[in-house]
Design a protein around this ligand. Structure first.
Ligand SMILES: *[C@@H]1O[C@H](CO)[C@@H](O)[C@H](O)[C@H]1NC(C)=O
Ligand SMILES: *[C@@H]1O[C@H](CO)[C@@H](O)[C@H](O)[C@H]1NC(C)=O
Ligand SMILES: *[C@@H]1O[C@H](CO)[C@@H](O)[C@H](O)[C@H]1NC(C)=O
Ligand SMILES: *[C@@H]1O[C@H](CO)[C@@H](O)[C@H](O)[C@H]1NC(C)=O
Length: 785
């Protein structure tokens, strides 16, 4: 036996003796406590060695958390206190949500206003500094004002409010035009009335055209509707389209669409301005019905989809086809034999050398703060800002769909996650609370999860060949990462938002798309924009562009940004002076100003994008830096002067670097969707002043994305495989060596006569544990209780 082995055995013997005693005690306790706790034998009949359930808890202890409460979302009590305080302000002339109509003034949203960075850092970094006051941001829809506007207030302290102050910019348009507000329940109510009346008027046409499917007074063959955005430039309006109300209605379009003008707060003036039926359009439902009745347009017949228990509906998620595997067998799952390797205190997470805090905004979802490695801050804020999806098509609804999801509540549409499917069995779940378009705060159970992932890919490994049929050494480390996940389901699409923390100092922000595509009725006119994805159903081209804020604070707040340009040189070969040599060469290019730093990918000119702190160097004297590596780059193809691009100016390049400003908190807003031509938050303004960015507090704004031309395999759902977009934050000369070298997870194997010396650096191998069967406790409800 090798010497390492002998030592292992020796240690094991001592450990075994202790363990025997312990297990004896445990067995006694078990017998006393659990008389019913029968253990199952394994399926093959051989009785398994009795094992304990895998531990749920962690053996690690969390360090004291100074940030407690600094970034936490508002609690239920805080939201209620703020709501009641604001409702009582006579000057605001508010109506309680439950009694309000569109032409009253009422609260739309209450959420935490993130603490000012200066104050938050002062508090985090200085023992005696005061804790920033918890402040709420309140959005009020003033339909009762002339002219109608949207106003925003800061209310503090959130727990027991005594002050409020109107937000008047800078950083966003003031006042906020009423027509740029995000959709809410009051508007949906009015819309439903108008749509319902229109459908009633068109009832005969609907019933005859759609094989009995109608809206008004339907019983089994029912239609439903959905609405898109935005309207024509400068006008609040939307296309409403009808779908069969079946499982997966998003891919059950029938080709009947209405354009509804929803301008102003007097909804009696809202009206349908266009009606689209199959392939012709009219100015009113009355006109369409006349034409339909008098025979001047062809009557279309769209057969109802057929389905049965043997052959399920195409849009449903019932299993069909040849089973795979041939008999049901469970997929692999994650096991944590020693319990959790991360700790959680409130919304503060520690994992290996990583630590961070997180919250979930109602508008744009997860926001991570104070990301540190080994106690050193690397990122102050990492957060999603916006998700855009710009569609094309021939039918007017598909043609005029350009989504900015912040307006659709990317954060507040994060619903309950399913253990074992959305997140591994071992995940830790968190509830969130939102107050958007509601009477009371709403609790979303288990809407965020955190887990350690077995990557199934070694983080690193090397087999050192001795070229004599053997090896000199083998070293490796299994790959694992901590993942913070939430899934936003705004109607048809599900966006899975992940933040991954790797043991070698790499952070990844990844968005994966799944769910149903937004489909329209297939006519040959759609062929230029997409594919028939099922008979009569068209999926058309759209992009998914995502914008992230990365407020880097590497070794302090001040740093600089450089591109390391990879170029080609053609030189006299110094070693063979008669010859020339063509090779790659690096040119460092420190960016001086914001506009100088705008990054557009050019395949001919590859670059590294590096943030470093001048004068702070590693052991080799090289500036310690972190690099942004954009894996999935996407290009906005629309010209700048195409109206909608203003509302998402960040789609025009792959990365922007700005000098940090408190009032450049977000790159988009809940108002941009309905004001794309003249957005409330105009990202182009962030670089307009072209400030100097050398040795300053810098923020990187990163755009990633993917293009989606739906195809038949998007039925019934788009799959995540090959449909995600991500970027990395990765150390670039930041550490003196790979920081994962300190991990116990690694393995070093040395050859030994007739065997191998396996050094696991102290990580236990035995005993294993029994995977606990977990009941799937899914409720799927969100509410005020
Ligand atoms: C208060 O709001 C209501 C609408 O809810 C409006 O009719 C009324 O004129 C407003 N009162 C004042 C003094 O502005
Ligand atoms: C509309 O549909 C009718 C009937 O199928 C067809 O004859 C006509 O060419 C179509 N028009 C357009 C513009 O697609
Ligand atoms: C049928 O109705 C449409 C719409 O009102 C009208 O434009 C058209 O002239 C009518 N045609 C006939 C033949 O009456
Ligand atoms: C390198 O430079 C030499 C001298 O200018 C030129 O003749 C040669 O074509 C160049 N080679 C390449 C591959 O560009």
């Amino acid at each position: 036996m090798a010497k390492d082995r002998t030592r292992e055995t020796c240690i094991l013997r001592v450990a075994c003796a202790a363990l025997t005693l312990l297990s004896l005690a445990l067995i006694v306790t078990l017998i006393v406590v659990t008389t019913k706790g029968k253990r199952e034998a394994l399926g093959d009949g051989t009785s398994s060695r009795q094992q304990d359930d895998c531990p749920e808890a962690t053996k690690l202890s969390a360090s004291p958390v100074r940030s407690a409460g600094l970034y936490d979302d508002l609690s239920k009590d805080e939201i209620i206190a703020v709501r009641d305080y604001i409702l009582q302000q006579p000057s605001l002339n508010l109506t309680a949500y439950e009694n309000a109509a569109l032409n009253d003034n009422y609260i739309f949203l209450i959420e935490l206003k993130q603490p000012p960075k200066d104050k938050a850092l002062d508090f985090l970094d200085h023992e005696n500094a005061p804790k920033p006051e918890r402040t709420a941001r309140v959005v009020i829809y003033n339909g009762g004002k002339k002219p109608s506007i949207v106003s925003e207030y800061l209310v503090s302290p959130a727990g027991n409010p005594i002050r409020h102050q109107e937000i008047r910019g800078p950083g966003q348009k003031y006042p906020i035009p009423f027509d740029m507000r995000a959709l809410d329940g009051k508007e949906a109510e009015v819309t439903e009335r108008i749509v319902s009346n229109a459908a009633k008027e068109a009832n005969k046409l609907l019933r005859e055209s759609y094989d009995g499917y109608t809206y008004d007074g339907c019983t089994d063959r029912c239609l439903t509707w959905s609405g898109s955005g935005p309207g024509e430039f400068g006008k609040r309006g939307k296309w409403i389209w009808f779908l069969r109300d079946l499982q997966g209605n998003y891919v059950q379009p029938v080709g009947f669409e209405l354009y509804l003008n929803t301008q102003g707060s007097d909804s009696t003036l809202w009206k349908i301005e266009k009606v689209f039926y199959f392939n012709s359009s009219f100015d009113s439902v009355g006109d369409l019905m006349d034409a339909y009745t008098n025979g001047s347009i062809p009557k279309v017949f769209l057969p109802a989809p057929s389905y049965s228990s043997d052959s399920p509906l195409y849009s449903s998620l019932l299993r069909r086809g040849e089973p795979q595997p041939p008999i049901p067998l469970r997929p692999p799952r994650i096991v944590e034999p020693d319990g959790k390797r991360y700790t959680v205190s409130g919304r503060h997470v520690e994992y290996m050398k990583w630590s961070f805090d997180f919250r979930s905004r109602s508008s744009s979802g997860l926001q991570l703060f104070d990301i540190r490695f080994d106690g050193q801050r690397i990122v102050y804020e990492l957060s999603l800002q916006e998700a855009a999806a710009f569609y094309s098509g021939w039918s007017p609804m598909q043609m005029q769909t350009d989504y900015l999801d912040t307006a659709w509540g990317m954060g507040s549409s994060k619903f309950e996650l399913v253990r074992g499917t959305d997140c591994p069995d071992t995940a830790t779940f968190f509830d969130t609370i939102h107050f958007v378009d509601a009477i009371d705060p709403v609790k979303y159970r288990n809407s965020i999860c955190l887990f350690e992932l077995d990557l199934g890919l070694p983080l690193r490994r090397h087999f050192d060949n001795n070229f004599q049929g053997g090896y000199n050494f083998y070293g490796g480390m299994p790959g694992s990462a901590l993942v913070l996940r939430s899934i936003s389901t705004a109607y048809n699409y599900d966006y899975i938002y992940d933040y991954l923390f790797y043991p070698n100092g790499v952070v990844e922000a990844r968005a994966s798309t799944t769910g149903y595509v937004q489909a329209t009725l297939w006519t040959p006119n759609e062929a230029s924009y997409g594919n028939p994805i099922h008979p009569w159903v068209a999926g058309t081209i759209h992009d998914h562009l995502l914008h992230y804020k990365v407020d880097l604070d590497i070794s302090g707040r001040k740093h600089s940004y450089e591109t390391i340009d990879i170029e080609i040189e053609n030189i006299t070969n110094p070693w063979f002076p008669q010859a020339r040599r063509v090779q790659k060469v690096l040119r460092r290019n420190v960016k001086k100003t914001e506009q100088d730093a705008i990054y557009k990918q050019n395949f001919e000119h590859p670059k590294y994008l590096n943030f470093f702190n001048k004068g702070i160097v590693n052991k080799m004297g090289v500036s310690r830096g972190y690099r942004i590596h954009i894996r999935d780059m996407m290009k906005q193809m629309y010209p700048k002067d195409w109206g909608i691009v203003n509302g998402a100016a960040w789609t025009e390049n792959q990365m922007t670097v700005t000098k940090w400003k408190e009032n450049e908190e977000t790159s988009s807003s809940i108002y941009n969707q309905n004001g794309m031509h003249d957005p409330v938050v105009d990202f182009a303004r962030f670089t307009e002043d072209n400030e100097g960015i050398e040795d300053e507090d810098l923020v990187a704004w990163v755009t990633v994305g993917l293009m989606h031309v739906p195809h038949s395999e998007d039925i019934p759902n788009t799959a995540t495989a090959a449909n995600s977009a991500s970027f990395y934050l990765r150390p670039y000369n930041y550490f003196d060596e790979d920081p994962s070298m300190s991990s116990h997870d690694a393995l070093l194997i040395l050859p030994n006569k007739g065997g191998a010396d396996i050094n696991r650096f102290g990580t236990p191998q035995e005993p294993g544990c029994r995977v606990k069967d977990k009941v799937l406790d899914f409720k799927g409800v969100y509410g005020t209780k």
